[in-house]
Design a protein around this ligand. Structure first.
Ligand code: HAM
Length: 441
């Protein structure tokens, strides 16, 4: 049997419904924040990620899916969304024509050749935002507020927001020198990768999983102690805005992020849930004021974040949160024999297009099995269509719970269901987020 590739997964059943629900929440929220939907290719030229994500990051050195296409071009399946959106911003000259700031959101599959485990896949979905052309620290706080509000809207409680600052170029350079000075005496004790990182990009030593427990890692200098005045001021203002938004956070100097492009604010939201597992970073992001220029555009500041869908699903499961997805149908239509099938299809389509959730028996079940199927589908009403119904155009309808029976003319069906379904009590627990016919707009 052919199996799915390692580190990937299929979506169906309740998981599909849950993901659809989450996507709706994301879209609605982005509309409220007035961000624009972006979709960029799943593969890009490899050079984009070398320049954009950073040639010395683990993602680029160890984790990309690279291939040479039939035209001999070096291509890479995107490991993250930021580089592609930055390329699109530059290529479509949004710096020239669009009103600033340009605020983008995206949702799609990303690919990293990592060792799969719970919450870590080789194909995974990210939802993210990127904002271009705004230096104001207020927008850093706005970006941090987005995942916090998403988690809140989905009912997730155990989250912890960690923030830090890497500062501007001058601060980062000072920090880099401090790191070199600090690690120099220990260089022989570090792993081979770290020796290479020491030469090329000492900040990346801090991401090392092999050397993580060594003393020299634990007492390495902290970025926050190397911020110049302007960088300190920026960070203070971010915190002030977060306070005003009512967002609780912890300043955590260990958050340095595994991608090269960050300046100033960086943040991660982690799951603060008992026994959640090691992949507990639900989302991460920050400011990247040099990236647009690095990819070939004019100097433009940027800030954004991305959250992993799979880790969000894990967190919802860990907190036993069931999203209010629809698990019933308004009506189940039962043609008694093949002779009534085509007629029943017409009525089913008309009611679906009028806004009802309708399922019709296409398995030509016996009546008794059809009633069992109606119960399985959690149908509110059933409609039985036999010879008499097709001749008179008067339908026989039963309330599937009370078993009360009604005779309704075809022309009156929409009004009938509008009224009857409205009278039913909503049994949803979370009325505010409910998607059933009582609460749908
Ligand atoms: P990142 O921290 O590499 O940042 O990824 C963001 C999120 O994607 C992670 O917090 C995690 O939830 C999810 N994620 C990453 N790798 C995997 C994986 N192998 N399996 C499942 N989930 C995963 C970025 O990608 C940046 N582009 C974020 C950003 C946007 N910064 C500025 N703008």
């Amino acid at each position: 049997m052919i199996q799915k590739p390692k580190g990937t997964y299929d979506v169906y059943g309740m998981k599909g419904k849950t993901i659809n629900y989450i996507e709706d929440v994301l879209k609605t929220l982005m509309d409220k924040y007035n961000y624009e939907y972006f979709r960029t290719p799943v593969f890009e030229s490899s050079e984009l990620f070398h320049r954009g994500v950073g040639a010395t990051t683990d993602i680029v050195t160890k984790e990309t899916y690279d291939f040479v296409d039939r035209g001999d071009r070096n291509m890479t399946l995107r490991p993250e969304g930021t580089a592609g959106v930055v390329r699109s911003y530059i290529e479509n000259k949004m710096y020239g024509s669009s009103p600033v700031p340009v605020k983008a959101w995206y949702f799609g599959p990303m690919f990293r050749y990592e060792r799969p485990q719970s919450g870590r896949f080789r194909e995974f979905y990210q939802f993210g935002v990127e904002v271009f052309g705004c230096d104001n620290p207020a927008i850093d706080a706005e970006v941090i507020s987005i995942p916090v509000n998403i988690y809140k809207m989905l009912g997730l409680k155990g989250i912890k927001v960690n923030i830090n600052s890497l500062g501007d170029e001058e601060s980062r350079n000072n920090y880099r020198e401090a790191l070199i000075k600090h690690f120099e005496p220990y260089i022989d004790t570090l792993c081979e990768d770290c020796k290479e990182r020491f030469r090329k990009n000492p900040l990346r030593i801090l991401d090392c999983k092999v050397d993580a427990d060594k003393e020299c890692m634990k007492n390495a200098p902290k970025t926050i102690d190397y911020l110049n005045e302007a960088s300190k001021k920026h960070f203070e203002r971010v915190k002030e805005c977060l306070d005003s938004l009512g967002i609780e956070y912890v300043v955590n100097p260990n958050v340095v992020r595994g991608l090269d492009y960050y300046t100033h604010t960086v943040f991660e939201v982690e799951a603060d849930i008992k026994d959640f597992g090691s992949q507990n970073v639900l989302c991460g992001g920050g400011r990247y004021n040099g990236l647009v220029e690095m990819v070939g555009g004019p100097q433009t500041s940027g800030v954004g974040f991305a959250l992993g869908l799979e880790r969000l699903l894990n967190a919802l499961e860990a907190e036993h949160i069931e999203l209010p997805v629809r698990t019933s149908v308004d009506l189940y239509v039962m043609p008694i024999s093949e002779d009534e099938e085509a007629y029943a299809m017409g009525i089913t389509q008309a009611l679906r297009l009028s806004g009802f959730n309708v399922e019709m028996d296409v398995m030509q079940r016996k009546m008794s099995n059809n009633f069992k199927q109606a119960d399985r589908l959690n149908a509110s009403y059933v409609m039985i269509i036999g010879d008499e119904e097709t001749k008179t155009n008067v339908m026989t309808i039963k309330n599937n719970k009370t078993k009360e029976e009604y005779k309704v003319e075809v022309a009156d069906l929409v009004d009938f269901f509008d009224e009857m379904l409205d009278e039913d009590e909503c049994t949803c627990e979370d009325e505010e987020n409910c998607k059933c016919h009582h609460h749908e707009d």
